[in-house]
Design a protein around this ligand. Structure first.
Ligand code: GLC
Ligand code: MG
Length: 590
């Protein structure tokens, strides 16, 4: 404890010095503005189960990832974000952890992970782990002990008495519903009580009002940071706390109904989650976690970043940047490009979604952009394949941090996973062989498409844990690598471009030139760029002189795969004809 306070004191004293000391990394040296390693990083999220299988069991693994780190380098990635690799019975594929201090055997050993870290270090790729502190697996020792009322672990989870009616029928403590549908309470005979779970019944929620639990969570963070990871993505932060039942006479109150149509009492959206989401205590907890990252960063003189994931409204989302005495996350996930946009969105909606985040975010903090993850439909499927390059331009050229979900760089599409092969607990919980598809996350988790070989080059096994998506024979890394024009080539061009000061440090301005054409300007000193995209289905002529100080000729730096333009073509600022789906990065000629 004493040591802790000394470290905290050092943070106060040293933070300014460290910020300037750390930021003189090679490629930034030409411009006289200091930036820390993460501030404009390109991050690449890997879903380990589906990236690369090294041992032929049909399941991706750590050695598989290590063997493909050069691919990440080639893409221009600065950091990789690994979905959970910890020991887990895999009911929610690693988001149900049974031992936070060890590696899931299917994925490899601790030595394999250390090897991965070494290799990544050699390539100067940072490794960030996904951390799930909201709940453990129901197969963890901690939960088993808790359910047996072990003295030390008894209060580690949320336990509550149910109701018993005259006929001896048991019912849960209240009406709370799980995100995966149905009651959020499951009865445990050994304790004759119910436990609370925000997600599946195999994912009991920790009791964050127990300081011993909080201490353990901090130990877990410390353990992995000391092993050499550069940061952690802290999962579901806004679900850490439920209302304090003591305020309600010792019983958890029912949540009110939303009154939304077409929803039944098993559906999460049936209730307004006023007592189980976004509780005030969350922000202090995030700040306490952040202190652990900072303490180690100070000691090692290398920033360790905390990312937070919360599915919530924008005002709550940006609170995770920190406020007042509370420090927050370095990177609170910005889900705007996922949550605010869909198939029907046009240029005005894109402008609105982008500006909204930039408006609510504290002025001095870094933005971040993400269009997909292991939970959300892929860009090619959510919008259309022709817009893949446009969305990669958004992610990579808007100000701040870029986060790419594996496969988006080649425009992978959602796979088709039939009911009989469905694995995602969220889909299985629907008990509905037809409509499961609406919530299934399996389609975005199908194996990565490396080549046109067996299982798309992902695995030598006869069957893979999820089927490979159709069309991999054409859509794969090898094909796009050897093609002159491909999403992969565009992606590489973009990561190269974003190293320039205009994209790293430059200012930003945007316009919806009409309902189909979105454009933004980035500039630093006299180096100026326009990124313009026609997200509509018809041809348009636009006038870029609508932007201040844009005139004359601009030169093409990058163009979407189907564009008729290529590198160094000239276009006229006051008359630019854009085909449907065409997206361009243009540089002002001076
Ligand atoms: C996060 C993950 C999701 C998982 C859930 C429960 O939201 O992104 O995949 O199911 O946490 O742990
Ligand atoms: Mg394997």
């Amino acid at each position: 404890m004493k040591y802790y306070w000394i470290v905290m004191w050092q943070i106060l004293v040293l933070s300014t010095i460290v910020l300037s000391a750390q930021s003189t990394e090679g490629r930034y040296e030409n411009v006289n503005v200091k930036q820390d390693w993460w501030e404009t990083a390109v991050m690449y999220q890997i879903y380990p189960r589906s990236f690369m299988d090294s041992d032929g069991d049909g399941v991706g693994d750590l050695n598989g990832i290590t063997s493909r780190l050069e691919y990440l380098k080639e893409l221009g990635v600065d950091a990789t974000l690994l979905s959970p690799i910890f020991k887990s019975p895999m009911h929610d594929f690693g988001y149900d952890v049974s031992d936070y201090y060890s590696i899931q055997p299917e994925y490899g050993t601790m030595e394999d992970f250390e090897q991965l870290l070494r290799k990544a270090g050699e390539l100067n790729i940072k490794v960030i782990l996904d951390f799930v502190p909201n709940h453990s697996s129901n197969e963890s020792d901690w939960f088993i002990k808790s359910s047996n009322r072990d003295e030390y672990y008894s209060d580690w989870y949320i336990w509550e008495n149910g109701h018993l009616n005259d006929r001896g029928q048991r019912s849960p403590p209240n009406n709370w519903i799980s995100l995966f549908r149905k009651s959020a309470w499951t009865y445990m005979p050994s304790r004759d009580q119910y436990y609370f779970h925000q997600f599946g019944s195999s994912q009991p929620d920790f009791n964050f009002r127990n300081p011993v639990v909080v201490e353990e969570m901090k130990n877990i963070i410390k353990f992995w940071l000391e092993k050499g990871v550069a940061g952690m993505r802290v999962n579901s932060v806004n679900l850490f706390f439920e209302v304090d039942k003591d305020v309600y006479g010792g019983r958890y109150p029912n949540e009110p109904m939303t009154g939304k149509p077409n929803l039944g009492p098993d559906d999460y959206g049936f209730l307004e989650h006023v007592y189980t989401k976004d509780q005030e205590e969350t922000y202090d907890m995030v700040s306490q976690f952040r202190d652990v990252f900072d303490a180690i960063a100070i000691r090692d003189n290398l920033t360790r970043i905390m990312m937070t994931e919360a599915s919530t409204n924008i005002k709550n989302a940006v609170r995770y940047y920190g406020e007042g005495i509370h420090t927050g996350a370095h990177i609170p996930f910005n889900l705007a490009l996922i949550a605010d946009l869909d198939k029907d969105s046009d240029a005005r909606d894109i402008k609105y979604a982008v500006d909204r985040w930039l408006t609510y975010k504290p002025l001095k903090k870094q933005a971040n952009w993400v269009t997909g993850n292991h939970d959300k439909s892929r860009v090619a499927s959510r919008f259309r394949p022709e817009l893949v390059d446009a969305f990669n331009m958004l992610v990579l050229l808007l100000p701040g941090i870029a986060i790419t979900y594996m496969g988006e760089e080649i425009g992978m599409v959602n796979g088709f996973v039939p009911w009989s092969e469905t694995k995602d607990p969220q889909a299985c919980n629907t008990d509905d062989p037809v409509n499961f598809i609406e919530v299934s996350r399996d389609p975005v988790r199908t194996p990565f498409q490396w080549s046109n070989g067996k299982n798309a080059g992902f695995s030598a096994a006869d069957t893979t844990w999820l089927p490979v998506a159709e069309g991999f024979e054409q859509l794969n890394v090898a094909a796009q690598r050897s093609a002159v024009r491909s999403h992969y080539q565009v992606y590489r061009t973009l990561t190269n471009l974003r190293i320039r000061p205009a994209f790293r440090l430059g200012r930003f301005e945007s316009l919806a030139l009409n309902s189909d054409v979105y454009a933004f300007k980035r500039w630093f000193n006299d180096d100026t760029y326009i990124v313009v995209m026609n997200v509509g289905k018809v041809y348009h002529v636009v006038n870029l002189t609508a932007f201040d100080l844009i005139f004359g000729q601009l030169e093409v730096e990058a163009s979407s795969v189907l564009s008729s333009r290529t590198y160094s073509d000239s276009v006229q600022a006051n008359y630019l004809d854009l085909a449907a789906d065409e997206a361009l990065v243009l540089r002002m000629q001076v």
